[in-house]
Design a protein around this ligand. Structure first.
Ligand SMILES: NC(=O)C1=CN([C@@H]2O[C@H](COP(=O)(O)OP(=O)(O)OC[C@H]3O[C@@H](n4cnc5c(N)ncnc54)[C@H](O)[C@@H]3O)[C@@H](O)[C@H]2O)C=CC1
Ligand SMILES: Nc1nc(=O)c2c([nH]1)NC[C@@H]1CN(c3ccc(C(=O)N[C@@H](CCC(=O)O)C(=O)O)cc3)CN21
Length: 304
């Protein structure tokens, strides 16, 4: 973890583009609460298909214009032509956006299709962004400490991550995990291969266990048995589920930061209260110069 300790810590939150007016109102409230914590940026996911992509753009522009924090659009190359990607990169630059999360992205669900795009992997998207806009953007890429489900094997996946870093990424965000060892091992594997960009743990706060366990199964992220068994035992006790989830994620983050992780990227999923509690437990406002509400000022909904 030595290469990581020299980097300043960066904290960020991830949103998805809302589908309805009500969702947009809710996200505005969440964004206003979380910007008081003074994160470096809010990232916005980018789904397959035209209409959600337009919503990503609108959400990003709203954040860029109206928030004290920067916006970081996700851009995935699996489904777009080279010309369309170039246009989106230039549009974001024109709007003053400084960060891009450059991903290959998920295949449209259920299809074995290779996608419609001309670029196959994230390293090519990183190269395209550098070709079109030089050093304008701070480029984040995805990392997969438990390995990408489509990779032929773990070592090949590490080599592919290294290639992506060397293509010109400034920093990486990991897929979520609940056992920290996979992260330390992954970082060490990268260090041995000469990669020293920050690799920031992406952390999924526990807010709705069943939904999150399904999501983890779909993207082959490990949901530990000890955690699932506890949550199962509390299926009629949403309060205990919520408290336990906050405790588990607080201690995971503590462990990561104590061991040199260069910040945390929270998959906030458009909700503020649980991340505010974790943030408070970790004392992160002292580091970012932000202000966080005290636990008795935040009502955290019990887990469904
Ligand atoms: N919020 C999000 O959406 C985030 C997602 N992630 C996760 O990170 C994962 C990996 O990142 P992506 O950019 O989507 O994928 P990627 O392009 O890095 O890799 C996709 C697959 O292709 C392989 N691959 C990569 N480059 C290759 C090359 N040049 N030649 C041959 N094979 C190659 C990899 O081993 C992997 O199996 C994502 O699937 C995602 O789950 C990580 C951070 C944030
Ligand atoms: N493979 C993969 N793809 C991703 O898109 C992705 C990851 N991994 N890992 C980390 C984050 C987590 N992401 C997520 C996770 C869940 C939702 C989600 O639940 N979306 C619902 C809305 C649920 C709601 O309204 O509460 C949706 O319908 O979009 C969205 C993005 C995006 N990211």
């Amino acid at each position: 973890m030595e290469s990581q300790k020299k980097h300043p810590r960066v904290f960020s939150f991830e949103f998805f583009p809302p589908k309805t007016d009500e969702g947009a109102e809710n996200l505005k409230g969440t964004r206003e609460r979380l910007e008081r914590l003074n994160p470096a940026y809010f990232s916005v996911t980018f789904g397959a298909g035209g209409s959600t992509q337009d919503r990503t753009f609108e959400t990003v522009i709203d954040i860029q214009r109206n928030s004290t924090a920067d916006a970081a659009p996700h851009l995935s190359c699996i489904d777009a032509s080279r010309d369309r990607l170039k246009q989106m990169i230039l549009d974001y630059k024109e709007q003053g956006v400084k960060y891009i999360v450059a991903l290959r992205g998920d295949r449209p669900s259920g299809s074995g299709s290779m996608g419609q795009g001309e670029l196959s992997y994230a390293n090519e998207l990183v190269e395209l962004i550098r070709e079109v806009t030089g050093d304008h953007f701070y480029i984040e890429v995805g990392a997969y400490p438990e390995f990408h489900p489509e990779a032929p094997d773990a070592l090949t996946d590490i080599e592919n991550f290294v290639r992506k870093a060397k293509a010109g990424a400034d920093s990486a965000i990991t897929q979520f995990f609940y056992n920290a060892d996979c992260y330390y091992r992954f970082v060490e594997d990268c260090e041995k291969r000469g990669v020293d960009i920050p690799i920031v743990p992406g952390i999924m706060p526990l807010m709705n266990f069943e939904q999150q366990a399904r999501f983890a199964a779909a993207c082959k992220a490990d949901m530990p048995r000890w955690l699932a068994q506890r949550m199962e035992a509390w299926k009629d006790d949403p309060q205990s589920r919520m408290e336990y989830g906050i405790d588990v994620v607080t201690r995971l983050c503590e462990d990561l930061l104590d061991n040199g992780a260069p910040g945390i990227h929270f998959y906030a999923l458009n909700k503020a209260p649980v991340v505010e509690r974790i943030w408070h437990n970790l004392g992160l406002s002292e580091q970012t110069g932000g202000e966080v509400r005290k636990p008795d000022e935040v009502e955290v909904p019990a887990q469904p």
